[in-house]
Design a protein around this ligand. Structure first.
Ligand SMILES: *Cc1c(COP(=O)(O)O)cnc(C)c1O
Length: 474
């Protein structure tokens, strides 16, 4: 037994032998010799463990090389890279939520490659404030007196609570104690910020008298949270912003709303109606509104606190603001996006235009794309190709407009010779530019709402890669 193990161990090649294999050098160029050695030694170590567990396992150089190369590939190429979103989910959280407008991308590049006015005022020749680049724009677009930005909406809520009502009570409806994406849970955020949560009402019904009864000397805030990622149906009731604002102001406590998505203007889509633009909240008497810069707004990931100048002045001096501050590239993207709103050029904001897409236009796109796919599959040896233009339900995503469905179009595809649609969707995910598509009824669905021309080319090239046909430049 022991000899078996020793024999098997001896069969493991040396590091030098591994490093001298011809396929190794390309990885050295990508991540350096030391990192290549590190990964190969992990593979060899795993092999040693395997032999220890099962001395009769034979060492196979092909197998080892395959495993080493697989791991090297994962580490050698950029990990954060573009994918094609063919899911029809506009604000796909896992795929990076909003795409930036061209103007916003140009603004990012220009401050990335030059020194900038980040904290400098050319007018006075002295220090400026990074927040100044967007505050006036935000006030114009929302009707707020003042606004500050932090790195995301979760940060905006934490800063507001910690800076204004730490040690005091905050009243919130039980219907609004939500969890948004894993680690953002309202009760925990409130506890962390040091405010004492006072829950009122029930899951489905909260009345004005519930809030009235909970008010005390200790109350610092009435907090309203937008139930972004679910909808309550049936026997429900909540209290209007106007009524809560009146109550809060009579009692001299702050009324804050965590709106989540930063909708600045209403979309044209009749499927996405509601009264939750930031401006509508401010007009209804909310003192502070917190919202995200990418969900619905269509800018970079950022969090905004907008509303009362007096309250925001208090937050400007809070040490947490420094910890949550935003970098110059994000500011550049945000300012450029806000300027597009001010100019009325919202159709140039991808999130906005994807939400507003005309069904006839999507149908035309799907018909054309289907034809391109058909042409391409004609060049393969496949004998059975099923392609169709179908009606689908797209969604907003990103925890915005839960339950809302946007009618859209997709090209459906079935290639029985390529295995099940689950198998084909895996092949699409593993392409050089991964294609993330929908799957339904054993068919692949390419939702066209979220597909640009460039994305369509990437899908066509992806199939060429799959079938080893000649690729054309995207
Ligand atoms: C999305 C959302 C958040 C979290 O926003 P991030 O920008 O992801 O930090 C908080 N509250 C509500 C109501 C939301 O919808």
């Amino acid at each position: 037994m022991k000899e078996n193990i020793q024999d098997a161990m001896r069969s493991i090649p040396s590091m030098d032998k591994m490093l001298s294999m011809p396929w190794v050098s390309q990885y050295q160029a990508e991540i350096g010799r030391e990192s290549v050695k590190f990964i190969i030694s992990e593979v060899l170590e795993d092999q040693r463990k395997k032999i220890f567990k099962n001395p009769s396992s034979v060492f196979d150089i092909e197998e080892i090389s395959f495993e080493a190369e697989k791991r090297l590939k994962v580490r050698a190429y950029r990990s954060l890279r573009p994918v094609v979103n063919a899911t029809g989910v506009v604000l796909h959280t896992n795929l990076g939520r909003s795409l930036l407008a061209k103007e916003a991308i140009d603004a990012v590049c220009s401050v990335a490659e030059s020194y900038s006015t980040l904290e400098y005022s050319p007018q006075s020749g002295s220090r400026g404030y990074r927040n100044d680049h967007v505050e006036w724009l935000l006030c114009r677009l929302t009707g707020a007196e003042a606004a500050i930005v932090v790195n995301n909406n979760a940060g905006a809520v934490i800063l507001s609570l910690a800076g204004l009502v730490k040690g005091k009570e905050s009243i919130i409806s039980r219907g609004e104690l939500v969890e948004i994406g894993g680690s953002f849970r309202i009760p925990e955020i409130m506890a962390f910020s040091g405010t004492r949560m006072v829950e009122v009402g029930t899951t489905n019904m909260t009345h004005l008298y519930d809030y009235e009864n909970a008010l005390s000397e200790e109350t610092g805030m009435i907090l309203k949270v937008h139930p972004s990622n679910f909808s309550l149906q049936g026997f429900t009731s909540s209290v209007s912003r106007e009524d809560l604002a009146k109550l809060a102001h009579d009692q001299k406590v702050i009324f804050m709303e965590d709106l989540g998505s930063g909708m600045l203007i209403e979309t044209d889509s009749s499927f996405l109606k509601g009264d939750f633009t930031v401006k509508a909240c401010i007009e209804a008497g909310v003192d502070l509104v917190t919202f995200s810069g990418d969900k619905l707004l269509g800018g970079p990931q950022i969090g905004v606190i907008a509303g009362s100048g007096e309250l925001i002045d208090k937050l400007r001096k809070h040490p947490l603001l420094r910890a949550l501050r935003v970098d110059k590239m994000t500011f550049a993207a945000f300012e450029a996006t806000l300027r597009l709103y001010l100019k009325g050029r919202t159709e140039e904001i991808p999130t906005f235009s994807m939400l507003n897409r005309d069904p006839d236009d999507m149908k035309r796109q799907a018909v054309k794309f289907k034809k391109k796919l058909l042409d391409l599959f004609g060049k393969t040896r496949l004998s059975a190709v099923y392609l169709d233009v179908v009606l689908v339900k797209d969604t907003v995503g990103g925890g915005s407009f839960p339950g809302s469905e946007l009618p859209g179009y997709a090209v459906s595809l079935k290639l029985p010779e390529m295995g099940s649609s689950g198998k084909l969707s895996e092949k699409l995910r593993l392409l050089t530019i991964p294609v993330i598509a929908g799957v339904s009824d054993d068919k692949i669905l390419f939702h066209v709402r979220t597909l640009s021309e460039k994305d369509e080319k990437a899908i066509l090239n992806g199939f060429k890669e799959m079938f080893s046909l000649n690729k054309e430049k995207a």
